[in-house]
Design a protein around this ligand. Structure first.
Ligand SMILES: Nc1ncnc2c1ncn2[C@@H]1O[C@H](COP(=O)(O)OP(=O)(O)OP(=O)(O)O)[C@@H](O)[C@H]1O
Ligand SMILES: [Mg+2]
Length: 449
């Protein structure tokens, strides 16, 4: 029977190897068949597609469809193996597709047809792709269940560069930089560099660093990997996380200055002056208390290797973004060009930036109160987050006028507070001066005596 049987079968399993990583070939075939089989298959299954607005159909288990390629007929079956449950593990299903074709077409099917399936399947997947937000969630994971180091949800942040309050030239520059990067595959190959780019976003709290990351992801249609360094056990785990990121993604490390004591290896703690301690942001204090931090052994060199070591080149088309409130605290090696190629400072709200917010929040292009706001903005420092909060209508009766006057009031308060602060500082300085003068005089008197 097997001698005369004229057909050849190829199976494509969902999980291969011991890493339990979902096979790309399976995913591509699944996508290909979801489009090419739905017309003929009689039993389909439906899953929620992009934007949760439509259902994507694919072949149900044990369903059989035929496909035709250059006049040759082939058969696809979707099937699964159920391994019996063992005491510790629940029952496991291993799904696979099986392709059957006549042996006389062996060459054509194994080369041209399969290539065609994979190429088309990949294209379909890109089209149907829902973008994801990944995180390396801390906590205990059951090793055999763990199919990947990252857990994810659907990425649905609404921020775009259009809604971001930034000076127009700066915005344009950043957008162009990003778009150029995403189209430079050949360029990077030619100059012999891994296809990745590092961005350092720095500035005071509430100036739009996190918002900009979301806008970048939306602009380029990338996934986001939000890496929580304190939850990474050691450098090896950091590398594993890196390997499991896909291309077309942004790897984000927020608040890099307080994630870990990364400078610990270079400067000993004892050398830190007490002034330095005082300056530490509030964010740092609760994090220091976390147990994970004590157990995290990620070092500066581990992180440097993560960014541009040999492993970082796998995958390609990736952005690495760091955010920080204190750029001066970071190790120069961490932010040198080549690791963090582009440094973007996000600062207090300028009048140009305010106009973007006014247009978004109040649909205003101009208003008689704008003049006063412009003047006040030149004299004070206010974050875009504060401006946005003031422009937000607080009751159904609020209109543009009340929102703008709220903002003016806030600006005046900030101005007063600043004036008060400088006055106090001057006083303190004068006090110091007097004290020093007194001390000098006393010293002189003593010496004279
Ligand atoms: N440049 C901006 N354009 C538009 N909205 C902004 C901008 N900056 C801040 N906001 C608003 O302020 C809020 C806080 O901003 P965001 O979380 O991006 O600040 P951040 O710089 O990441 O702060 P932190 O350093 O504390 O993490 C956001 O919800 C956003 O709506
Ligand atoms: Mg932030």
């Amino acid at each position: 029977m097997s001698f005369f049987y004229p057909y050849i079968k190829i199976s494509i399993h969902e999980y291969t190897g011991d890493r339990l990583k979902r096979s790309e070939a399976y995913a591509a075939v699944e996508a290909y068949l979801s489009v090419n089989s739905t017309k003929f298959a009689k039993r389909l299954k439906a899953e929620m597609g992009k934007d949760c607005s439509n259902l994507v159909l694919s072949m149900d288990e044990y369903e059989r469809v035929t496909d035709e390629f250059r006049g040759v007929k082939v058969w696809w079956v979707s099937s699964k193996l159920v391994s019996p449950s063992q005491s510790m593990y629940p029952q496991q299903e291993r799904r696979y597709y099986k392709l059957t074709f006549h042996k006389s077409h062996r060459e054509m099917i194994t080369e041209a047809y399969l290539q065609h399936v994979v190429r088309e399947g990949k294209e379909i997947r890109v089209r149907n792709r829902q973008r994801k937000l990944y995180t390396n969630s801390p906590g205990y994971k059951w090793p055999s269940y763990k199919q990947t180091m990252w857990s994810h949800i659907v990425f649905e942040h609404p921020a775009t560069f259009e809604t971001m309050a930034l000076e127009p030239e700066k915005k344009k520059e950043i957008i162009e930089d990003l778009v150029t990067f995403s189209k430079s595959k050949d360029f990077y190959a030619r100059i012999g560099k891994a296809w990745k780019r590092g961005y350092l976003l720095y500035g005071p709290p509430g100036t739009g660093k996190s918002t900009m990351i979301a806008a970048m992801a939306n602009l380029l249609n990338y996934d986001v990997y939000d890496l929580e360094l304190t939850a990474v056990k050691d450098n090896t785990e950091l590398r594993k996380l890196l390997i499991e990121t896909t291309s077309k993604s942004i790897i984000v490390i927020e608040d890099i200055d307080c994630s870990l004591d990364l400078t610990g290896q270079r400067k000993k703690k004892a050398e830190k002056s007490s002034d330095d301690e005082k300056e530490k942001s509030e964010k740092e204090i609760p994090r220091k208390d976390l147990k994970e931090e004590a157990s995290s052994k990620v070092t500066l060199s581990g992180l440097l290797n993560f960014i541009d070591g040999l492993w970082s080149a796998c995958g390609g088309e990736r952005l690495i973004v760091f955010t920080t409130n204190y750029v001066e605290k970071l190790d120069p090696a961490l932010i040198r060009r080549g690791r963090m190629d582009k440094h973007i400072e996000l600062s207090y709200c300028s009048f140009e930036a305010f106009k973007v917010l006014a247009r978004n929040y109040l649909k205003l292009k101009a208003h008689p109160l704008f003049g006063k706001i412009e003047r006040l903005m030149k004299e004070t420092k206010i974050t875009p987050a504060d401006v946005a909060e003031n422009l937000m209508p607080k009751s159904p009766l609020d209109n543009a006028e009340t929102c703008l006057s709220n903002l003016i009031q806030a600006l005046e308060e900030v101005k007063e507070a600043e004036a008060f602060k400088t006055e106090k500082e001057e006083e303190a300085a004068a006090c110091d001066d007097n004290l020093r003068k007194k001390q000098l005089r006393r010293k002189a008197e003593e010496e004279a005596a």
